[in-house]
Design a protein around this ligand. Structure first.
Ligand code: GDP
Ligand code: MG
Length: 439
């Protein structure tokens, strides 16, 4: 999806004047891009209509930067399509809050149950009880128990012989007695939607009156995900959707159609198999990501989780003011080591996928120690102001760090490219801020 849209966007971005013909061409491209991305046909039709109306309207035509303005319209409409605002998890007036997980087999219900519990504890200081109500797959209960063990959280189970409705009922009593403030019920799935499955889920629903019914859907299944969402929603009136496997090679179509088709918001996105790889779904950020503007905010948030907050703020400030030095770089490298795979981080940077310099920037984690040594061999003045670097200084540094002048040169070049990239990033961020879009 991103590729196609990005090409069109590049074309239209710099235009000083946008004619109706331009808008027509662009909407045609957007339409194809969305259809190609497996977005529901009806959804695409409405979407294109809205963009067209707004794009030929005054808001765009009379602005000083119509090219930018059209993109803004597309981005806002994309974001609206996915629900606009980020939506929160319900809280029961009288605890525990009950969340029921439903969806097809393999969608990621059990994994998401664990991830959600982890999220609730970490971000909201809650004490969830996990409930193993999938009695059909022999390994399902074990799977949840394993997750519970990893998290150090209680898992309620009555084995595979019990009736799922009884399990849910007794789990509620247990949760109250043990003062759990959230109960997350992992239910069974089938390979396709069928009556028996729906009947059972209905019974559980009437037994425990859940505050949330989260439909877990696999983003990789594209248009199917949307159909599944539609039928689950018709039968159970779900309250929200968790889109899993967004880390995979998905075309993003599901994210774009689900809200439009079901009217139910996507609340979380699964970004990997690990227990901390669940993120609240931000429609606006997803829209930026789709448009290839990158996801600076998620990146900064990630940094904040791993780096202490003040440092992250300082860093952001430095990026904005361009006073980022080798000293910061050194500190950053050390923190980057704790932030997880570099590829993940780089892919969140705006335009990273297109940047030529990107290859050099993919810091080989083994080389980090070399880089550290080089920076440590620089004088303070050199770190702050690398422009003073000359041949004899480079030689001294290479010698001091046990590396070569070529390596020193390479690092200097990388540093320059990194600064350039930061400049791009922060420009992007500012644009977002100005129109009050980013939170
Ligand atoms: P269930 O049958 O709905 O309970 O699905 P599971 O929770 O057992 O998940 C099925 C498979 O999908 C497992 O191998 C999970 O590790 C994997 N999975 C779940 N969520 C994600 C995700 O967000 N990203 C990736 N890459 N894999 C996921
Ligand atoms: Mg399961």
């Amino acid at each position: 999806l991103a590729d196609r849209l990005q090409k069109t966007i590049q074309k239209i971005k710099g235009k000083g004047k946008v004619s109706e013909a331009d808008v027509k061409e662009m909407t045609r491209e957007v339409r194809l891009a969305l259809l190609e991305a497996d977005v529901n046909f009806k959804v695409v039709k409405d979407f294109v209509k809205r963009v067209k109306e707004r794009a030929v309207g005054q808001e765009v035509m009379q602005s000083l930067t119509p090219g930018q303005q059209v993109i803004k319209v597309v981005k806002e409409e994309l974001s609206d399509l996915m629900g606009g605002e980020q939506s929160k998890i319900a809280v029961a007036n009288k605890p525990p809050t009950v969340i029921m997980m439903v969806g097809l087999q393999g969608a990621g219900k059990t994994t998401t149950t664990g991830k959600l519990a982890n999220h609730l504890r970490k971000k909201h200081n809650r004490n969830p009880l996990l409930v193993a109500a999938d009695v059909y797959r022999p390994a399902a209960i074990n799977q949840l128990q394993t997750l519970g063990k990893q998290l150090g959280m209680s898992v309620f189970s009555l084995g595979t012989e019990a009736n799922p409705v009884d399990i849910a009922k007794q789990a509620m009593e247990y949760a109250k007695a043990e003062h759990h403030d959230y109960v997350i019920i992992d239910t069974a799935g089938r390979l396709h939607v069928d009556e028996k499955l729906m009947g059972e889920l209905h019974e559980i629903k009437s037994e425990v009156s859940p505050n949330e019914i989260f439909l877990v859907v696999d983003a990789m299944t594209g248009q199917d995900a949307v159909n599944v969402a539609e039928s689950f929603n018709e039968q159970l009136d779900v309250t929200g959707v968790v889109l899993t496997k967004l880390d995979g090679d998905t075309r993003g179509g599901a994210a774009l159609s689900i809200k439009a088709v079901t009217g139910k918001p996507i609340k979380f996105a699964g970004m990997g198999e690990k227990l901390d790889q669940l993120e609240p779904f931000h429609p606006e950020r997803m829209a930026s990501r789709i448009l290839g503007m990158g996801d600076v905010l998620t990146l900064i948030e990630k940094a904040q989780e791993n780096v202490d907050e003040q440092k992250a703020k300082d860093l952001e400030q430095k990026m904005r003011s361009m006073s980022f030095t080798f000293e910061d770089f050194l500190e950053q490298m050390q923190q980057v080591k704790n932030m997880g795979p570099l590829d993940d981080l780089l892919s969140m940077m705006p335009g990273a996928s297109k940047m030529k310099g990107m290859k050099n920037l993919q810091v080989d984690e083994k080389q980090i120690s070399h880089v550290e040594a080089i920076i440590q061999s620089m004088t303070k003045a050199e770190r702050i102001n690398p422009e003073v670097m000359n041949a004899s200084r480079k030689k001294r540094i290479a010698k001091g760090s046990g590396t070569s002048v070529a390596e020193v040169n390479r690092l200097l070049k990388q540093f320059e490219e990194m600064k350039k990239m930061m400049k791009q990033m922060t420009n992007m961020g500012k644009k977002g801020k100005k129109k009050g879009g980013f939170k």
